[in-house]
Design a protein around this ligand. Structure first.
Ligand code: FES
Ligand code: FES
Length: 199
């Protein structure tokens, strides 16, 4: 009688991380966090609880934050994965990284990559008008609420910091959001000027 083939628990997948493509064989049970750290040596993404409760492993998937310890690597194929290693432009830190540095938004630094990736998500979500549990007026016509410390604390509440650097983290997120808003405002002003000149 012919032997019944044992189903393989491995697949060859290609992950797109920080714009680079990586081909790797993974056990289907491998989390995205383990694939990044153990297979690709991208150890900037940290493992804290490994069960979705601390936020240390936060990365961006297609621009949206996610805890990579609860994502299977095979499910991340075909999606744009951004980790802390992909934020700086050479020696030029990303504005969110710079804000954390300027305002001491860390102590031991273990939670910091996850905090920074999460902050990027927060800034985008807020700019897109997404409400949070701290938003008083959630009607779409009310527009994005002011990014108050209360809003930032609520939106960053999935990222724990055992050093308790929360006060500085909130300030850093506020500064980065402000810098990004100003940059977008300047870009819009330049675009408007070009449009005016062309009219
Ligand atoms: S390690 Fe993923 S949430 Fe804690
Ligand atoms: S800076 Fe140490 S855990 Fe957050």
């Amino acid at each position: 009688m012919a032997a019944v083939p044992t189903p393989s628990t491995y697949s060859a997948i290609t992950l797109t991380v920080n714009g680079e493509q990586y081909a790797l064989p993974v056990d289907h049970r491998t989390t995205l966090l383990d694939a990044l750290r153990e297979h690709l040596d991208l150890t900037g993404t940290k493992k804290g609880c490994d069960q979705g409760q601390c936020g240390a492993c936060t990365v961006l998937l297609d621009g949206r934050r996610t805890v990579s310890c609860l994502q299977l690597a095979v499910a991340a194929e075909g999606r744009a994965i951004t980790t802390i290693e992909g934020l700086a432009d050479g020696d030029q830190l990303h504005p969110v990284q710079q804000a954390f540095l300027d305002l001491d938004g860390y102590q031991c630094g273990y939670c910091t990559p996850g905090q920074i990736c999460s902050a990027l998500g927060v800034i985008e979500e807020h700019a897109a008008g997404w409400p949070s549990a701290a938003t008083a007026d959630v009607r779409p016509e009310a527009g994005p609420p002011p990014l108050t410390p209360e809003e930032i604390r609520e939106r960053m509440s999935g990222n724990l910091c055992r050093c308790g650097a929360y006060v500085s983290i909130v300030q850093a997120v506020a500064q980065a959001a402000q810098a990004q808003g100003q940059e977008q405002g300047q870009t819009q002003a330049r675009t408007d000027k070009v449009k005016e000149a062309a009219a």
